[in-house]
Design a protein around this ligand. Sequence first.
Ligand code: CO8
Length: 374
Amino acid sequence: MSQQVVISGVGVWHPKESISNEELVDSYNAYVDKFNQENKADIEAGNVQSMPYSSAEFIEKASGIKSRYIYRKEGALDVDRMKPLIAPRGDEELSHQAEIAVEAAKLALSSANLQASDIDAVIVSCAYTQRAYPAIAIEVQEALKIEGFGFDMLVACSAATFGMHRAYEMLYAGNAKRVLVINPELVSPQINYTDRDSHFIFGDVATATVMELSDTAKSDHVYNVLSTKALTKFSNNIRSNFGYMTRAEDVDPYGPDKLFHQAGRKVFKEVCPLAAAHIEAHLASHDIAPEGVKRWWLHQANINMNTLICKRLLGRDASQEEAPIVLDEFANTASAGSVIAFGLNHQDLVSGDVGVLCSFGAGYSIGSLVIQKR
Ligand code: CO8
């Protein structure tokens, strides 16, 4: 193969507002007090279960998360609301999700030393899109004045890596010359802030990468994509059932089962070995041993998962330099986590250094790219 697909730019955008564990827990616990007080008689009669308190110490210990960014903080901590308050926008205005996608895209373009007019394909890949159509990618195309084509794709936690996989194939097929892969993870509207098992997990962010062929790439930090590898295996352990069918089903479209929910412990136990085996096999296809990897840009769901996966691969703990953790600041940002880790920790590698970018989670879905600094 004479041509080489590369990642030539990356952008990480986050909202200004954030919520610390302490703020989140104070609000949740106040909600619990209110709920338990309002349902006192039913709780005492055994008809309703009392709600338990959350704890900032638990959250940090169980997940490594200390804070999370949020697109609109107003409303999310209000015990009478418990969801962000986001003003609706008309059809003639830029949608919220396209707006944050454009922010990340501009950062990625600038890091690739390119203009929007250099791009000829846009993939918006993330855990949710705010509507079915027209595609957010096509709205972004219009906002940035990009000729060519665009489409949306959803693969939950692996949307970003799977989107990069599609870009890789499109470039090798000659169907596009430069592709913007954007991950506007505007997840806060789907978080159940009244569920202590999951209220702390997610944060809002938008990431983007530029992928092109090596001979056109002119940025300071170009990464050759040696190959891509994907795996999916159906699991009900992470679900979000909100969707267009609810109108016909006569059910509450915003009930707890319609929002994000999971069996976190099961996910942890099942996904860690799957991810470690997947990465090991991907590296083996290049005759690269895990010790030969300079940096691990892993999915950011839980610090303990990343520790375990690295230990399985390396037989020892990985340092923060080897496997950077960003979820303390960002929390789980659905598919964007590994791209944030890459975006904030890739400039110091030298020519020839190899790294692994890998997502794992809902689906289950695992997506990896073995990349090498040019
Ligand atoms: N405060 C205090 N106690 C708590 C809290 C809390 N907030 N939450 C749970 N507890 C309690 C539990 O009830 C349990 O009590 P008991 O022992 O009495 O039953 C105890 O603490 C221990 O609970 P767990 O066993 O659940 O605790 P874990 O150590 O397993 O930690 C985690 C829970 C952090 C959820 C952990 O299991 C985990 O991270 N698992 C992996 C999950 C994962 O990777 N999920 C993928 C997420 S999906 C994704 O990334 C993208 C999806 C799309 C995004 C959509 C966004 C809206």
